[in-house]
Design a protein around this ligand. Sequence first.
Ligand SMILES: *[C@@H]1O[C@H](CO)[C@@H](O)[C@H](O)[C@H]1NC(C)=O
Ligand SMILES: *[C@@H]1O[C@H](CO)[C@@H](O)[C@H](O)[C@H]1NC(C)=O
Ligand SMILES: *[C@@H]1O[C@H](CO)[C@@H](O)[C@H](O)[C@H]1NC(C)=O
Ligand SMILES: *[C@@H]1O[C@H](CO)[C@@H](O)[C@H](O)[C@H]1NC(C)=O
Ligand SMILES: *[C@@H]1O[C@H](CO)[C@@H](O)[C@H](O)[C@H]1NC(C)=O
Ligand SMILES: *[C@@H]1O[C@H](CO)[C@@H](O)[C@H](O)[C@H]1NC(C)=O
Ligand SMILES: *[C@@H]1O[C@H](CO)[C@@H](O)[C@H](O)[C@H]1NC(C)=O
Ligand SMILES: *[C@@H]1O[C@H](CO)[C@@H](O)[C@H](O)[C@H]1NC(C)=O
Ligand SMILES: *[C@@H]1O[C@H](CO)[C@@H](O)[C@H](O)[C@H]1NC(C)=O
Ligand SMILES: *[C@@H]1O[C@H](CO)[C@@H](O)[C@H](O)[C@H]1NC(C)=O
Ligand SMILES: *[C@@H]1O[C@H](CO)[C@@H](O)[C@H](O)[C@H]1NC(C)=O
Ligand SMILES: *[C@@H]1O[C@H](CO)[C@@H](O)[C@H](O)[C@H]1NC(C)=O
Length: 419
Amino acid sequence: MILWSSVLVFLASVLPRIFQRKVCFVYPSADGGDDTAAILSAFKECGRGGRVEFGNETYHIESVMNLTDLEDCTIDVKGTLLWGTDINYWLENSYPIGYQNQSSAWLLGGTGITLSGHGYGTIDGNGQVWYDFNANRSNLAGRPHALTIVDTKDSIIEGMHFVQPQMWTMTIMNSSNVLLQDIYVNATSSNHNTTGNTDGANTVYSDNITFRRWVVDDGDDCIAVKANSTNILIEDSVFYHGHGIAIGSIGQFPDRFERIENVTARNITYFNTGWVFGRYLKTWTGEQNGYPPNGGGGGQGFLQNATLHNTRSIFAIDQCISYIGAMDGCDTSLFSLENIHFEDIHGTSKTSGVFQCSGAAPCTNISLANIDVVNPNGERLDTYQCVEGNMKDTTGISCSGPPTWDYIKYVRNHDTERD
Ligand SMILES: *[C@@H]1O[C@H](CO)[C@@H](O)[C@H](O)[C@H]1NC(C)=O
Ligand SMILES: *[C@@H]1O[C@H](CO)[C@@H](O)[C@H](O)[C@H]1NC(C)=O
Ligand SMILES: *[C@@H]1O[C@H](CO)[C@@H](O)[C@H](O)[C@H]1NC(C)=O
Ligand SMILES: *[C@@H]1O[C@H](CO)[C@@H](O)[C@H](O)[C@H]1NC(C)=O
Ligand SMILES: *[C@@H]1O[C@H](CO)[C@@H](O)[C@H](O)[C@H]1NC(C)=O
Ligand SMILES: *[C@@H]1O[C@H](CO)[C@@H](O)[C@H](O)[C@H]1NC(C)=O
Ligand SMILES: *[C@@H]1O[C@H](CO)[C@@H](O)[C@H](O)[C@H]1NC(C)=O
Ligand SMILES: *[C@@H]1O[C@H](CO)[C@@H](O)[C@H](O)[C@H]1NC(C)=O
Ligand SMILES: *[C@@H]1O[C@H](CO)[C@@H](O)[C@H](O)[C@H]1NC(C)=O
Ligand SMILES: *[C@@H]1O[C@H](CO)[C@@H](O)[C@H](O)[C@H]1NC(C)=O
Ligand SMILES: *[C@@H]1O[C@H](CO)[C@@H](O)[C@H](O)[C@H]1NC(C)=O
Ligand SMILES: *[C@@H]1O[C@H](CO)[C@@H](O)[C@H](O)[C@H]1NC(C)=O
């Protein structure tokens, strides 16, 4: 008896050590200097079949990090990773991501990654310097996304806080089967300069991506589903101040076929989302105006099966988005929008919405069901700016007249309203 229990005690103490994963604890430098080299070396040691742990400390990131090629790797963030503010460095060194001339401060990728922040681990982009530097302008080449998750499969990102991103908070690109849950994003300018382009998340060339229990407070798209995104699920989330869920831009590049398919959003609550509707579908005009990301057009593709459930605000389909600032060419988009269903939407909204469908590729099979939204005067909102001739097989949509540029501008520009 005594012998056996000793053996068990011995095995219980030794076995976990034998099978324990290699662990690399990252120590921040004592003088607050750049911790990037220490981080890269921890991933070199433990990035395949190991665990990398960031303690309850502040880590300074002054250089770009390319942490792709990870495999079966757990990353525990129990402190804060704080990005440096040397704007010229980042403008020159951020990694191009091969989309819209955009770039990223940090690339993370691989198979079987679990990035866990335990509800408090924080990625801080120190974005105020960018909000001030960019001072209300639109896109700026080289202004980096905080994080790009790239070439990633079968991975989980959870319990993380992302604050003050430099630009887009995170981009999920060339990836599949990624679950992102219990994520908090907050991009808030401390002065009157807007945060501009601080989207919560964007999906590009990705399949089967799930966003669950997100809280996003920003001044741009909360979650945007872009080119070649398929099987995207967004659920149980709360969005403040930003645009809401954006399907697009897409159809932006000449001679390039892009599609978005099977996007489901359900149980989403919106507070003061600047697009009065909280959600919208935007595409670029069929005519090319300038060069992305500040212009573009001429692409074509399909958007299918976007289903929105149990949400609180209304929507806009806007096919003439270009940053050029005119309503020209809205009827020329070759992008076809089909099979989009909205149901069970209730709450309050200042205005109803717009379906700016293209005459060249009419919106097909769009339905509204169980929409119960009132304006601040308590009046029911049940007609939309639209032209019936530009829509086919719709259900539950009553058009009040053609969309006006003033109204589209109002919808688009109303994006940074605070409480
Ligand atoms: C991190 O450390 C600070 C003190 O430096 C402490 O106040 C805080 O509770 C710690 N957080 C966690 C999650 O351990
Ligand atoms: C990042 O590193 C991977 C190898 O791990 C390499 O294939 C890729 O080209 C690098 N990306 C950039 C932008 O340097
Ligand atoms: C993603 O894939 C596309 C091609 O499909 C490529 O052009 C782009 O550079 C890739 N992005 C990254 C960050 O590797
Ligand atoms: C905004 O940015 C400008 C230009 O970078 C800067 O001069 C100004 O101090 C910032 N703050 C406010 C409140 O405008
Ligand atoms: C693309 O970005 C580079 C810098 O990263 C910049 O020099 C170039 O002007 C940009 N191109 C366009 C068309 O914006
Ligand atoms: C989609 O991704 C999830 C992980 O988020 C995974 O469990 C599921 O099997 C994937 N579905 C398909 C069809 O690959
Ligand atoms: C975002 O941050 C601002 C400034 O710190 C704060 O006032 C606001 O409540 C935060 N939003 C959420 C949803 O936590
Ligand atoms: C940015 O716009 C806000 C109002 O939208 C204004 O208060 C602020 O002064 C502007 N900042 C600059 C630098 O133009
Ligand atoms: C659409 O995506 C959902 C996840 O949101 C998935 O469960 C479903 O199987 C997908 N539908 C098709 C037809 O692929
Ligand atoms: C809806 O989402 C909220 C989080 O925003 C969650 O607390 C609630 O349980 C969800 N409701 C359902 C029916 O899943
Ligand atoms: C996007 O999807 C279309 C249609 O499936 C395909 O032809 C195109 O190559 C894809 N583009 C990228 C960059 O993956
Ligand atoms: C989209 O809806 C159409 C019509 O209901 C259906 O035939 C098609 O399979 C759906 N596609 C996806 C990916 O769900």
